[in-house]
Design a protein around this ligand. Structure first.
Ligand code: KG4
Ligand code: ZN
Length: 359
């Protein structure tokens, strides 16, 4: 059974065809980085316009690469939230039109569930299915959530960020220091060149649910650190580099980043990783998880992967391959497969929900 997945919740227009929830026959992602990069973040109006431009060629290419027309599909799955409403509407309207024209069932998928299924799908591909209950840490530019995942894909929210998402904190710190958007991958590349123990940031203490996250205090601590020094010359130099080069190399950034700033980046990244892992591990223990699933854009972070491995936890820690960590449509098609088997279909009144929750 083949599902065409469509994803347009933020700044990536993506389509993929996945067979039986595990075999990726095609996966096409059109990134809008070049559009938003110069603004240091996603501009919602521009994102909708870019989705409109990309949706038809992206879906057509995904179908062509999968080697079959609409008659080979069993359903069309689309992200219905959470995300930018104008962006979601483009993918959803196109998905509904395809379903209407080709008499296919429509399946609504929660973007966060998609991120979890990126890992579930790859574990099945390896023949080592995820053990349940699993603890899922979904960590991206928009989310930092801990979910218990039970057999049959039942979810329970155990903790979430009260302010910024972890990826958002990476992006904001990078922007403050004059690096391009998105900042997460740049900080990831630069952090190994600094000393992660150089600056001791205080870890967030949470009143109420101790499993919630908070990154705004850390972000403010970074801001204070920069205010106590005169970084204007180096920040200006990096902004100038951005203006002449959309994708600077790590060597180019390194040439413009003095050691104290490298130490700052390394210490910031280490603090984020410590915050993420200590709560995920506490949560996994609480639910006696048989596996820890880490997904979302920040799951690409090499420091996070190394630190998780170094913990030598008594259960497997599963990360998606980098291409499936950031936004893509294969994860949406994979998440739709159990819904197809349960005939969990949507009608054409399906609405885009910016704040859709998973549990
Ligand atoms: O999942 P995603 O593509 O989109 C959302 O659903 O938000 O995640 C994008 C986020 C951005 O904040 C980006 O900076 C972050 O993931 N990110 C990283 C890395 N790669 C992407 N953060 C830290 N280290 C990375 N290697
Ligand atoms: Zn995402």
């Amino acid at each position: 059974m083949r599902i065409l997945g469509i994803e347009s919740s933020c700044d990536e227009t993506a389509a993929a065809v996945v067979e039986d929830g595990v075999r990726i026959l095609s996966s096409v992602v059109a990134s809008q980085l070049s559009t938003h990069g110069k603004y240091g973040g996603v501009v919602p109006e521009l994102a909708s316009r870019e989705h409109l431009r990309a949706i038809v060629p992206v879906v057509t290419t995904a179908l062509e690469q999968a080697g079959g027309g609409y008659d080979t599909l069993s359903a069309v799955a689309v992200t219905s939230g959470p995300g930018l409403v104008g962006s979601l509407l483009v993918g959803m309207t196109y998905a509904k039109a395809l379903c209407f024209a080709h008499k296919l069932p429509l399946i609504a998928v929660n973007h966060i569930e998609g991120h979890i299924h990126a890992v579930v799908m790859e574990a099945s591909q390896r023949g080592e299915p995820v053990g349940y209950p699993a603890l899922a840490l979904v960590v991206s530019g928009g989310h930092t959530h801990l979910f218990e995942v039970r057999e049959g894909f039942h979810y329970r929210l155990l903790g979430k960020t009260r302010d910024d998402a972890a990826g958002e904190a990476f992006d904001k710190v990078a922007k403050l220091l004059g690096y391009s958007y998105p900042g997460g991958p740049i900080i990831d590349m630069l952090a190994p060149h600094g000393d992660p123990g150089a600056i001791r940031f205080t870890l967030a203490k949470m009143k109420g649910n101790a499993l919630d996250f908070s990154f705004s205090g850390l972000k403010t601590a970074v801001l204070r650190w920069t205010e106590q020094r005169d970084l204007s010359a180096e920040v200006q130099a990096r902004r100038a580099l951005q203006r002449t080069n959309a994708y600077p190399t790590v060597e180019q950034w390194l040439a413009l980043t003095p050691k104290p700033t490298l130490d700052l980046l390394a210490s910031f990244q280490r603090t984020v990783i410590t915050e993420l892992l200590r709560r995920a591990v506490a949560c996994a223990e609480q639910i006696q998880a048989r596996c820890l699933v880490v997904s979302g854009g920040v799951a690409c972070n090499s420091g996070l992967r190394t630190a998780a491995e170094a913990l030598r936890l008594p259960y497997p820690v599963l990360f998606p391959s980098p291409g499936l960590s950031t936004d893509n449509a294969a994860m949406i098609a994979a998440a739709a497969f159990p819904k197809l088997k349960r005939a969990e279909f949507s009608d054409y009144t399906l609405a885009a929900r910016a704040n859709l929750t998973l549990a």
